[in-house]
Design a binder for this molecule. Structure first.
Ligand SMILES: *[C@@H]1O[C@H](CO)[C@@H](O)[C@H](O)[C@H]1NC(C)=O
Ligand SMILES: *[C@@H]1O[C@H](CO)[C@@H](O)[C@H](O)[C@H]1NC(C)=O
Length: 500
């Protein structure tokens, strides 16, 4: 060090001697002053740079690595990719004036939304007029909402005008004609639905019993894929009352913390019971979940080994695991976290594991007033819509488990410009958590390093949709493909400019 400095001053001396050998003229003094000034500016800028680089995230973030803001909150590089949903030149206007398709949409909000988008495409392929779908009222979700309670019906109809003819109801004269009732085969592609047009020989109305048959993810014409995106991301807009409140809540969150994480915390009773995940629960709680599973007829798996489920990465992260995860990723305790979820199992008690590390945890019930939520309560799909809006708009979205909502939100964020979505590597995380519990790893820098390594490539950066997993044959193969609505790249996301 000393040596270096010595060399440096020596060379500077010699430079000065070379430039201004004997007497100092006014000119040389000026030049010297300018050089000095330039040098000090350089030092100054260098210092600011260093300071910015080393700036701690916050005074509290002492036990995990201190990361620059942009690493925690910035979206991944999106390489100029943008939505592209415009039809190609060979796309023709709507047909199908005298054949009708009625649909009963089933499942929760996001299953219905993706199902309806598929049915728009199916109606197009089959050259049918689509009747506004009926929403699921009977299932687990127990929601009496009609289509127009959840979605902007007029907008849905008019924005798809060039694609599919959509009517509110069947024409009077067709109300009582016999209909072909169809359970479409899951994961079917173009040829299957083209073949289905044979139904028009005998029927004028086809009734689709369930909307969740899931159109093939891949190998469909690009115009059909883009139609699915137009349907889901533009046509299926939420009704004005939901949309307005959703946006208002997003603004409220922003005014509170500037930035926020939307955490889809799937730590709900039905989820835990269904997956048989009891890690960290009391014996009484485990028993309660087992009994619920035993009594739910349509859940086929009754005997589940919780340890094996967890090791396989098939369990939703617990509130405690989420807290360790977020801390390891470098989020400071002051981070604002919006919980997008139904009722958390065990309520306050289990949440305490999260709130003790991250006190700024909020729910829609704490961001909105009772009055604002009044019209939505008892309508699961409408409150789910609020969670959806807040999750899509968040700075960072983190699902603690996979599912329809997690997939739909991730896909929508990719579509809008690859906003940050951190998908936990649950299998990898469980290994880390277990080592911590066994005392082989201490919380802090090394855990943080491991967790960051595991999630380096799980932040929602652009990549093409994944094909089927190897080792699966026949139809089972399609089931293993990445969902189209989880990642509509490349069909609905491209690099070109004039594509909207
Ligand atoms: C679609 O329906 C219209 C009218 O019902 C018909 O003229 C047209 O040929 C049909 N197209 C196809 C591809 O079946
Ligand atoms: C569950 O699986 C683990 C690991 O394979 C095993 O050690 C344990 O005995 C199993 N528990 C039961 C109740 O079968």
């Amino acid at each position: 060090m000393v040596n270096k400095r010595g060399n440096y001053s020596h060379s500077r001396n010699s430079l000065a001697t070379k430039l201004f050998p004997r007497k100092l003229t006014l000119f040389s003094i000026t030049v010297y002053a300018i050089l000095l000034f330039a040098f000090s500016i350089f030092i100054f800028i260098f210092h600011i740079f260093e300071h910015e680089r080393m700036k701690p995230l916050s005074s509290e973030g002492s036990q995990s690595q201190q990361l620059p803001d942009n690493k925690l909150w910035g979206a991944p590089h999106y390489y100029g990719l943008r939505p592209c949903v415009k039809p190609t030149a060979k796309y023709k206007a709507t047909q199908g004036w005298d054949r009708y398709m009625t649909v009963r949409s089933n499942g929760g909000l996001n299953q219905m939304r993706t199902g309806i988008s598929d049915m728009v495409a199916v109606a197009r392929i089959m050259n049918a007029t689509l009747v506004i779908p009926q929403l699921d009222k009977r299932s687990f979700w127990q929601d009496s909402s009609a289509f127009s309670d959840v979605f902007d019906e007029l907008h849905f109809t008019t924005s798809l005008q060039g694609d599919v003819r959509i009517v509110k109801e069947l024409p009077k004269e067709l109300e009582h004609v016999p209909r072909a009732r169809k359970h479409f085969t899951s994961w079917s592609g173009m040829s299957y639905y083209e073949e289905m047009t044979h139904l028009w020989k005998d029927y004028q109305v086809v009734h689709v019993v369930k909307s969740d048959s899931r159109l093939a993810n891949n190998d469909l014409p690009v115009d059909i894929q883009r139609l699915r995106c137009r349907a889901l991301y533009y046509a299926l807009r939420f009704s004005p009352s939901i949309d307005n409140l959703g946006k208002k809540l997003v603004e409220r969150l922003r005014s509170r913390g500037g930035r926020y994480i939307a955490l889809h915390l799937r730590y709900e009773k039905d989820m835990l019971s269904f997956t048989g995940c009891t890690h960290g629960l009391t014996d009484a709680e485990s028993e309660e979940l087992r009994i619920m599973r035993e009594n739910t007829n349509h859940w086929k798996m009754k005997k589940i080994n919780s340890t094996e489920q967890r090791k396989g990465g098939f369990c939703p992260l617990t509130p405690k695991e989420v807290a360790i995860f977020l801390q390891a990723l470098g989020y400071p305790p002051s981070t604002l976290i919006y919980i997008a979820a139904g009722e958390i199992y065990g309520g306050h008690i289990h949440l305490l594991d999260l709130t003790s590390r991250f006190p700024n945890v909020v729910f829609k019930e704490t961001v909105a007033s009772q009055d604002e939520l009044k019209t939505f309560s008892n309508h699961a799909s409408q409150t789910a819509a609020l969670d959806y809006i807040i999750s899509v708009e968040s700075d960072v979205f983190i699902p603690s488990y996979s599912g329809n909502m997690a997939r739909a939100v991730e896909g929508h964020r990719r579509f809008l410009g690859h906003q940050k979505t951190i998908t936990p590597d649950r299998k990898g995380l469980v290994e880390v958590f277990d080592k911590m519990e066994a005392g082989q790893l201490e919380e802090g820098t090394s855990v943080s390093y491991l967790v960051m390594q595991l999630h380096k490539n799980r932040q929602g950066a652009p990549r093409k949709r994944e094909g089927p997993l190897q080792g699966f044959k026949g139809r089972a193969r399609f089931r293993t493909e990445e969902s189209f609505y989880q990642n509509p790249y490349p069909e609905c996301i491209c690099r070109s400019k004039s594509t909207l």
